[in-house]
Design a protein. Structure first.
Length: 422
């Protein structure tokens, strides 16, 4: 929530932060870190190795890769030599550049993961963030449905690892839509209007344009309802039966669904041809994950076989990015964020008389928050910051309060009352 503290004071901005920016306080930061760590564990199990890319890229390179004005909301600036730079508006393009220019000798398939922020200016009149924290994976060098299924299956496992109890994965396919348009010989001018309607999320306009086309009634009805088609393998099978020219693209989607069924994650997956992508580089499967309590997808991705060719040799690729802030909101809505106090002890005297005891605990992996001797704020600090234990010297012994269990224990050594590592 934005505040007007300091409004009207000379030399101070009316708002403390730019539009779309926000601070993250300690409790939320810890929860975000826990979710991020869970995602990293899932990524590592599949052999995805972490890479990092710079926040700043050359604007010309990103614009060329993004195509069709998809970077209109990007932040741009100049370097000292007058070259136009861009704060990365997504992470897929920088990772594709890294792979195409720095990992050319890798035999493939290449699996990389990443975490980090992307930056986009909020659209006027919309309460949107300017910083999008993401964690994602990219599988480069594999073109088949098997690679698509791995990414979808990994997404399911990663969201479950993060503790999200309820979610669905929607699968669209831009190659199916393109094959239908081509197979029905839709004139390029009308196809461009349809693509514009899709980009604007105007499905009413899509239907109006499709119903006005001079094509047979059955295919025309299918095309008019294409963005609203949802279900399982019967969706691409119906399309292939009506528009044989789209059969190959539909067969690939059916194969992906078959592989997911074998991986026991098909109950999380739904074909949804209304799923659209803001980034034009997607060439096949497109992915979105939805969770109750969140109005935007908590994950987005898909196949982008041509993107690497912008920076070097083209390689087939598919990936997905999880929106960490959206995931955090979904976990909160599902009451899936742990409410028990975090492991750690607030030690009275940890800043002075009990420094050696604090150091010994830390060497054992225990989190110790030190306070001065005689400080009476220990319980309040533990409550506000969410630490489980409070400890203080009591004569020749220590008293340790377990806030989770609601009990006090007296012991000669702190290690006797504190689990290790916390």
């Amino acid at each position: 929530m934005r505040t007007t503290e300091g409004a009207g004071l000379p030399g101070r901005p009316r708002d403390p932060l730019p539009t779309g920016a926000r601070d993250v306080l300690p409790v939320e930061a810890g929860e975000l870190r826990a979710a991020e760590d869970a995602l990293r564990r899932a990524f590592r199990r599949y052999g995805y190795r972490e890479v990092r890319t710079p926040v700043l890229e050359f604007a010309l390179s990103v614009d060329r890769a993004a195509q069709e004005g998809a970077t209109a909301q990007a932040y741009r600036l100049f370097d000292p030599d007058g070259r136009v730079l861009m704060m990365r508006p997504d992470l897929t393009i920088p990772v594709a550049r890294l792979i195409a220019t720095r990992l050319t000798d890798h035999p493939g398939p290449l699996r990389v993961s990443y975490t980090g922020p992307a930056f986009r200016r909020p659209r006027p009149g919309r309460a949107e963030p300017s910083e999008h924290r993401q964690a994602g994976v990219e599988l480069v060098g594999e073109a088949g449905p098997e690679a698509d299924a791995e990414i979808v299956g990994l997404l399911v496992e990663a969201l479950a690892e993060a503790g999200l109890p309820e979610f669905r994965i929607g699968l669209g396919d831009v190659s199916v839509t393109a094959a239908v348009l081509q197979g029905l010989a839709v004139p390029e001018g009308e196809a461009a209007r349809l693509r514009a309607a899709v980009a604007a999320r105007d499905l009413v306009l899509w239907r109006r344009i499709a119903e006005g086309l001079d094509i047979p009634e059955g295919p025309r009805a299918l095309l008019a309802g294409l963005p609203g088609m949802r279900g399982g393998a019967e969706v691409p099978e119906r399309i292939a039966a009506t528009v044989p020219a789209a059969a190959a693209a539909c067969a690939r989607l059916v194969r992906t669904l078959d592989l997911l069924r074998g991986a026991a994650v098909a109950d999380r997956v739904l074909v949804d041809l209304g799923i659209l992508r803001d980034w034009p580089y997607y060439s096949g499967l497109v992915i979105e994950a939805y969770a109750p309590g969140v109005g935007e997808p908590v994950a987005k991705g898909g196949r982008y076989d041509g993107l690497g060719g912008v920076f070097g040799a083209p390689r087939p690729a598919v990936g997905v990015a999880i929106e960490l802030d959206g995931l955090h909101r979904a976990l909160a809505a599902a009451e899936a964020i742990p409410s028990a106090p975090a492991p750690g002890v607030v030690l009275v005297g940890g800043l002075d008389a009990e420094r050696e005891a604090a150091a010994a605990l830390r060497r054992r992996g225990v989190v110790v928050v030190g306070l001065p001797s005689g400080d009476g704020r220990a319980d309040e600090v533990a409550r506000v910051e969410g630490w489980r234990f409070v400890a203080w010297r009591d004569g020749d012994a220590y008293r340790v309060r377990d806030r989770a269990a609601g009990v006090d224990v007296t012991c000669a050594r702190l290690e006797e009352a504190l689990p290790s590592p916390l």
